[in-house]
Write a new protein. Structure first.
Lengths: 111, 126
């Protein structure tokens, strides 16, 4: 069981907007640690989509956005495209573990 | 451009030691800005942080694996390694090495992985 909780799956039609939630606790997200998001396709390295809660690395489209509040965070994907179909993971730091903690991952299906 | 590449045996017998190396090309582990980590993903499951090392040699490990894990740096400062003892089938996974950086320029806000290797599959089986 992952320290951060994500829904196992979400889906949406092309062009729609979907959100993926990530819920933590007072020892990680609630302790003021930032949340980061990755897109992961099988057989490849995870791709950083959002760092520092809402910052996009160069090359990541502005269709991807992040937000954080209290002990949770969200990733929003607007204008869904077929190649957005992937697994998405949230990441934060846990002060009790002194280490990184991931969400269990959310599989995005583009209908 | 800095790149990371994992290498090591793809098959390990139960009870033996899993050993992997991450080669850092185009850069050096000696840069004080970064930490160097190992992460794994068992088939059909999520990502799990294994542990990290800093250039000083300091290490932090996931408590669930701490008793079996060692992460160390090569004297060349261009490779770091993972050793996991007493492996079982539950240790079968894709193993990634990654570079870790402080969020928003300060570890006060936590850390994230800004660069990953492509991963290597390690199967534990007799």
């Amino acid at each position: 069981q992952s320290v951060l909780t994500q829904p196992p799956s979400v889906s949406g039609a092309p062009g729609q907007r979907v959100t993926i939630s990530c819920t933590g606790s007072s020892s990680n997200i609630g302790a003021g640690n930032d949340v980061h998001w990755y897109q992961h396709l099988p057989g490849t390295a995870p791709k950083l989509l959002i760092h520092g809660n809402n910052n996009r690395p160069s090359g990541v489209p502005d269709r991807f956005s992040g937000s954080k509040s209290a002990t949770s965070a969200s990733l929003a994907i607007a204008g869904l495209q077929a190649d957005d179909e992937a697994d998405y993971y949230c990441l934060s730091y846990d002060n009790s573990l002194s280490g990184a903690v991931f969400g269990g991952g959310t599989k995005l299906t583009v209908l | 451009q800095v790149q990371l590449q994992e290498s090591g045996p793809g098959l390990v017998k139960p009870s033996q030691t899993l050993s992997l190396t991450c080669t850092v090309s185009g850069g050096s582990i000696s840069s004080g800005r970064y930490y160097w980590s190992w992460i794994r993903q068992p088939a059909g499951k999520g990502l799990e942080w294994i542990g990290r090392m800093y250039t000083s040699g300091n290490t932090n490990y996931n408590p669930s694996l701490k008793s079996r894990v060692t992460i160390s740096v090569d004297a060349s400062m261009t490779q770091f390694s993972l050793r996991l003892n007493s492996v079982t089938a539950a240790d079968t996974a894709v193993y990634y090495c990654a570079r870790e950086i402080c969020s928003r320029g300060s570890c006060y806000f936590g850390r994230y992985f800004d660069l990953w290797g492509r991963g290597t599959l390690v199967t534990v089986s007799s």
